[in-house]
Design a protein around this ligand. Structure first.
Ligand code: 5GP
Ligand code: ZN
Length: 106
């Protein structure tokens, strides 16, 4: 997707610092944090939302990535959120998983 901000981040176009990455996903800090730690786990492959994800293996890999990124960030307790669709608050239409920890305002 040429016009997708998260595809551009995945492709390194904004020199975003990745706090964790593997072959399936990159993890970086949310630009507008809703908690002391607010990370986004973003699959390298573009899916508009969870509704378009048709790969259950990748879904498992993404959840393992959540766990690995949380561990690397020293988080033992955290919330994961996936917003699916505009009415649910999805603003960026490239599937992503929020990781929130500490003073969560979401
Ligand atoms: P959504 O509401 O779609 O579930 O979450 C999108 C999240 O992406 C929001 O929390 C927003 O702050 C974050 N975000 C939007 N654009 C950027 C960006 O360019 N860089 C980073 N790091 N986060 C972004
Ligand atoms: Zn994308």
């Amino acid at each position: 997707m040429t016009d997708c901000i998260f595809c551009k981040i995945v492709n390194g176009e904004f020199n975003t610092e990745f706090v964790y990455e593997n072959e399936y996903a990159v993890v970086f800090k949310d630009i507008n944090p809703k908690a002391d730690t607010h990370l986004l786990v973003v699959p390298r492959k573009h899916f508009e939302s969870l509704n378009e994800l048709d790969d259950e293996v990748l879904l498992g890999k993404l959840m393992m990535t959540v766990k690995e990124a949380a561990k690397k960030s020293g988080l033992k307790s955290y919330r994961t959120v996936i917003n699916t669709g505009k009415e649910a608050g999805q603003e960026v239409f490239h599937l992503h998983i929020h990781i929130l920890a500490g003073n969560i305002k979401l």
